[in-house]
Design a binder for this molecule. Structure first.
Ligand code: SAH
Length: 276
């Protein structure tokens, strides 16, 4: 047990953004430059880690491809112990700390230990990927729902249950999309999502190696996955994405079709007017 005679330190749960140090918030940069100790995830880019002064103690506590370097409980224990000894602790996470970052568990541990903390948001992968593909995630022409989902499937864990209008009226963004898109396409198809629905896969958004690949739900299972980390955006908004296309997708043509469908609905045509 650490006995603290001075004031206890504070823990900052900070978003590092998707990769480029230019996408760090001013608050994140300020904290990285004044912290005594930084615990960061694997997803934090080397460009961001390089912004931390050499006098600071820096620990990579990430896990990659399921290989844990350190348990979540051990991360809690180390953060709490450093704060109790009066240190300023930065817990640095890729993207935004509140999106698929296990920050909820860290908040609960810090509260239980009565350690003061502050959360600093960051640019999440979904918006970085949308910027890379030059699309909006919400577009009033294509519905008004945005779903951030994880496609990470542990052994034995079932897939998602989607609302019946899933991607036909929403944009779905899959974090941790994996390498085999087949099961997801089957699941979405079974929930009524049209196989012509445009998709865009964005790898290493906001990093020098960034790649953007356009396709459709029909062709998605046939594409070679891009390097991790990547996110998969599914929905009408993806038709306007820039980037390479695969699977005989022509974004312009698909977009025209979607425009026709929109116009048909707006004019109140009968339900049996088929729009391909
Ligand atoms: N908290 C993070 C997400 C952590 S989950 C955030 O807000 O972005 C990890 C997943 O995020 C990865 O598997 C990948 O799907 C996505 N991701 C993180 N950084 C990315 C990047 N630069 N480009 C594309 N996807 C990224």
């Amino acid at each position: 047990m650490t006995i603290c005679f001075g004031l206890p330190g504070k823990v900052y749960l900070v978003g590092a953004g998707p990769g480029s140090s230019k996408l760090l918030t001013l608050r994140a940069l300020e904290l990285l430059q004044s912290a005594d100790v930084v615990f960061h995830d694997d997803l934090v880019s080397s460009e961001v880690v390089a912004m931390i002064p050499s006098r600071t103690a820096v620990y990579n506590v990430g896990k990659r491809c399921g290989i844990k370097k350190i348990t979540q409980d051990e991360i809690h224990r180390r953060m709490i112990s450093a704060a109790r000894s009066g240190q300023t602790v930065v817990r640095l996470k890729g993207g935004d700390p509140l999106i698929f970052g296990r920050t909820g568990e860290e908040i609960r541990a810090l509260r239980a230990a009565r350690i003061e903390f502050e959360i600093v948001p960051g640019v999440t992968a979904a918006t970085a990927a949308a910027a890379a593909a030059e699309i909006t995630l919400t577009d009033r022409k294509h519905g008004s729902k945005l779903v951030l989902a994880s496609n990470h499937r542990c052994a034995g864990r079932k897939g998602h249950t989607w609302p019946t209008d899933a991607a036909n009226n929403a944009t779905l963004v899959f974090y941790m999309p994996g390498r085999d898109f087949g099961p997801l396409c089957v699941e979405l198809g079974a929930n009524g999502v049209n196989e012509d629905t445009p998709c865009v896969l964005v790898s290493q958004a906001a990093r020098p190696e960034q790649q953007v690949l356009r396709t459709s739900l029909r062709w998605l299972p046939t594409i070679a996955p891009l390097s991790a980390p990547s996110v998969l955006i599914i929905g009408a908004v993806a038709a306007e994405a820039t980037g390479e296309s695969t699977g005989n997708v022509d974004a312009g043509e698909t977009f025209e079709n979607l425009e026709t469908q929109e116009a048909t609905i707006a004019l109140g045509e009968p339900d049996d007017v088929a729009v391909q």
